[in-house]
Design a protein around this ligand. Structure first.
Ligand SMILES: [Mg+2]
Length: 217
């Protein structure tokens, strides 16, 4: 079971598919986030200066210099996701990679965002030609991936830019093939070294053949 009942409900709606499973994060894996979000913040009178791999604590009100609190960050993120069609383009190489991988694998997008933004993201992805199923979760991703896999033990690969999500996947699906892909590889400087069982990839051109090999497509 996914721990998030709404995510579990969304999974139940998917058609049964026993092909190898490829689960993908959206922000900074499929859609640009860390490049457009600072531009959005500037348009709202805030500035992001990354001094660590997190948003809260790194966003200041431009006029006052005041660092904003978690609740304000969440509100700005929500506004950004509502306006995402104006800001979030496709990550370089993602559409081509998914078109190829999707010929022999089931592709499911799993985005960690409030469920209320699902319809906006769905419409934006559709407009971009990325019609793969989209799930939202407000809880850890690992249990959702385990439920998506189903009971037949099919191969699973999961791609995310957030190490915590990859670790969640590992704890729920011990044999998942895990890939750490970041839209901006400069951010790796803020992260601890990638664990040995997680494959770091610099871009989709590098990721696609490694995923195909892992899933034996
Ligand atoms: Mg992400």
């Amino acid at each position: 079971m996914s721990d998030d009942p709404e995510t579990a409900r969304q999974i139940e709606e998917l058609a049964a598919d026993d092909r190898p499973l490829l689960v993908l994060d959206v922000d900074d894996v499929i859609l640009e986030f860390i490049r457009p979000f600072p531009r959005y913040l500037l348009s709202r009178g805030f500035g992001l200066t990354l001094a660590s791999f997190r948003l809260t604590g790194n966003i200041a009100e431009t006029a006052s210099g005041r660092l904003i609190e978690q609740a304000e960050v969440s509100a700005l993120l929500g506004d950004f996701f509502d306006a995402q069609a104006d800001w979030q383009g496709v990550i370089d190489g993602a559409a081509e990679a998914l078109a190829t991988l999707g010929q022999h694998a089931e592709i499911v997008l799993l985005t960690a965002m409030p469920h209320k933004h699902r319809a906006v993201r769905r419409a934006h992805l559709d407009a971009l030609g990325l019609t793969y199923p989209l799930l939202t979760t407000e809880m850890a991703k690992g249990p959702a991936i385990a439920k998506l896999r189903g009971a037949n033990g099919r191969p699973v690969a999961f791609v995310d830019d957030q190490p915590a999500n990859l670790l969640s996947a590992r704890s729920s699906v011990a044999d998942a093939h895990l890939f750490h892909l970041m839209a901006d590889n400069a951010l790796r400087a803020f992260l601890p070294p990638t664990p040995d069982d997680i494959i770091a990839v610099d871009n989709w051109r590098e990721a696609a053949p490694k995923i195909a090999s892992a899933l034996e497509l």
